[in-house]
Design a protein around this ligand. Structure first.
Ligand SMILES: NC(=O)c1ccc[n+]([C@@H]2O[C@H](COP(=O)([O-])OP(=O)(O)OC[C@H]3O[C@@H](n4cnc5c(N)ncnc54)[C@H](OP(=O)(O)O)[C@@H]3O)[C@@H](O)[C@H]2O)c1
Length: 248
């Protein structure tokens, strides 16, 4: 199947690690110009761009801190100075702090919501006018946002917010942009490793039909599909990539 992504321009936030990194590489393999968002790991972003260039592709890295409104504005200014339009944006970046329900403080709650939810809203609003008609936005939520997670209730609530924000955005932009969401289960990335460290060691065996955790690439493929014209009739959907979590 042709995903029809050749020559498209795609922004992936959180492209310096994990699922975002895998998605950025897949987009490049499909012939996209990749704008790779990173926050702290500029070396990983540079190394990604070298890999893309070695593979015959092209892209740029852009700094973005979703917890900082000025950084969001600067990121949008950098992007719009460099490219005329975007064909797809992947709202992937997030962080996870594992803190028991009864120990989450106000600052940690606010930081989680600022980065994982509020920043994505304002980034979407600022970028939407620059996304081409027929383009796509893909949010990355989490199974935690669907089922709750007492070990990281703030993260789970923000991710539930992402699923709902995606639906509002799908309605708001329906005439021009398809907006969708992928909800991964535990995935083998630095963020996922932290979750695994705090989980029951038999969690995958016990709770997942897959009996194993996801590789970043397995989630990235869903993202790339949703961002592509191949998903032309999918609007406002949340696609689970969780190894069958709810069925066990
Ligand atoms: N891994 C899992 O088990 C899992 C499960 C469900 C959902 N998810 C979701 O999947 C997405 C990707 O997660 P991942 O597992 O790939 O995580 P990861 O490997 O830890 O990567 C997180 C990425 O987000 C960036 N980031 C962190 N804080 C940021 C901020 N304030 N502003 C902008 N960028 C920021 C990081 O940039 P720097 O490294 O440059 O700082 C990094 O590129 C997230 O939305 C996560 O919630 C993951």
């Amino acid at each position: 199947m042709d995903l029809n992504l050749k020559g498209k321009t795609v922004l992936v936030t959180g492209a310096s690690s994990g699922i975002g990194l895998a998605a950025a590489q897949l987009f490049a393999q499909e012939g996209c110009f990749v704008i790779a968002g990173y926050r702290s790991n500029s070396d990983a972003a540079k190394s990604l761009l070298r890999k893309i260039s070695d593979g015959g592709g092209d892209g740029i890295a852009v700094h973005l801190d979703l917890g900082n409104m000025t950084s969001i504005q600067n990121c949008v200014a950098t992007i719009t100075a460099r490219v005329r339009t975007l064909d797809a944006v992947v709202f992937n970046a997030a962080f996870l702090k594992i803190t028991p329900f009864d120990e989450i403080g106000e600052d940690e709650w606010d930081e989680t919501f600022n980065v994982n939810l509020k920043g994505n809203f304002f980034l979407l609003r600022a970028l939407a006018p620059h996304i081409t008609d027929g383009g796509a936005a893909v949010f990355v939520a989490s199974v935690a946002g669907q089922m709750g997670a007492p070990g990281h209730a703030h993260y789970a609530a923000a991710k539930a917010g992402i699923i709902n924000l995606m639906k509002s955005a799908a309605k708001r932009y329906a005439s021009a942009i398809r907006v969708n969401c992928v909800a991964p289960g535990v995935t083998l990335t630095p963020l996922g490793a932290d979750a695994i460290k705090h989980a029951d060691p038999n969690y995958a065996q016990r709770m997942l039909l897959s009996r194993r955790y996801a590789e970043p690439n397995e989630v990235a493929k869903v993202i790339v599909f949703l961002a592509s014209p191949a998903a032309s009739f999918i609007y406002g959907a949340t696609i689970d990539a969780n190894g069958g979590r709810e069925l066990r």
